[in-house]
Ligand binder design. Structure first.
Ligand code: NAP
Length: 253
């Protein structure tokens, strides 16, 4: 097995929620971590916390759908921490509405952040991975990829990320790079809290109702996703590539 020459990870959308939990876990596992997010203060603070805990980290603000900002952010992480060999494409937004009410902007911004953002980030980081002859890419899909009322934009983006992941696995495998997708079900974060608010429900009641539909009878926590991400970027996961793993407390098709 080839050892990674550079243990540097980039996590997008690391300002809060799942991204923040993944960044903290990878730092605890010994990776230097570039925390990237729209929210400059959140990632600055996140990086300071990881550094105070004995890790190496840098916070960089960017919009993942902007090619120039992506190139600049990846170059900064490479300069300050070393060449990135792990990429977690996690930044995400929702702009839910039924098809007949969905605006062009709702469509474009969701596709732009999830699909264009993951494409731009991966294109920028892959050159470091291929130079190092080792890499791990993890893309955040969703159970919504299987279809979800009110999310024609988001479900298309999350299904698109599954095809994106499989193609990355095929193209980059010979360079020692794997690509996999994690498809979470209900995870308690600001994103699901916003959904509760949109449907006029108290978040605790919303979570309780969701848990009743989930075989393990609880909703997910960001750590449930961080646990799998930590495994997928590990040395031992090197023969797993092009997979979509549902993390939803039960089976999904
Ligand atoms: P969250 O709490 O809303 O956090 C998303 C993060 O992404 C925020 O910090 C946000 O920055 C950042 N972001 C949004 N647009 C960005 C952009 N253009 N450039 C850079 N950063 C951007 O969401 P989450 O629940 O942790 O979700 C993380 C990922 O998991 C997403 O891809 C989501 O679709 C996926 N997922 C979540 C669930 C769930 O139940 N929560 C289920 C399935 C899949 P700001 O703070 O500045 O807005």
């Amino acid at each position: 097995m080839t050892q990674s020459p550079s243990r540097v990870a980039i996590v997008t959308g690391a300002g809060r929620g799942i991204g923040a939990a993944v960044a903290a876990r990878l730092s605890a596992d010994g990776f230097a971590v570039g925390l990237l997010d729209l929210d400059a203060d959140a990632v600055k603070q996140g990086a300071e916390t990881l550094t105070a805990g004995g890790g190496r980290a840098v916070g960089v603000s960017l919009d993942v759908s902007d090619a120039e900002q992506v190139e600049r952010a990846v170059a900064r992480v490479a300069d300050e921490l070393g060449p990135p060999t792990v990429l977690i494409n996690n930044a995400g937004i929702t702009r839910d509405n039924l098809l007949f009410k969905m605006t062009d902007q709702d469509w474009d911004s969701v596709i732009g952040v999830h699909l264009r953002g993951s494409f731009l980030m991966t294109r920028a980081v892959q050159k470091h991975m291929t130079e190092q002859g080792w890499g791990r890419i993890v893309n955040l899909s969703s159970t919504s990829a299987l279809g979800n009322r009110g999310q024609v934009n988001y479900s298309a983006a999350k299904a698109g990320l599954q095809g994106f992941t499989k193609t990355l696995a095929i193209e980059l495998g010979k360079f020692g790079v794997t690509a996999n997708a994690i498809a979470p079900g209900f995870i308690a974060t600001d994103m699901t809290a916003a959904t509760a608010e949109r449907v006029g429900m108290d978040f605790e009641d919303f979570k309780k109702a969701a848990a009743e539909q989930i075989p393990v009878r609880r909703v997910g926590e960001p750590a449930d996703i961080a646990n799998l991400a930590a495994f997928l970027v590990s040395e031992g996961a090197g023969f797993i590539s092009g997979q979509v793993i549902y993390v939803a407390g039960g089976p999904k098709d």
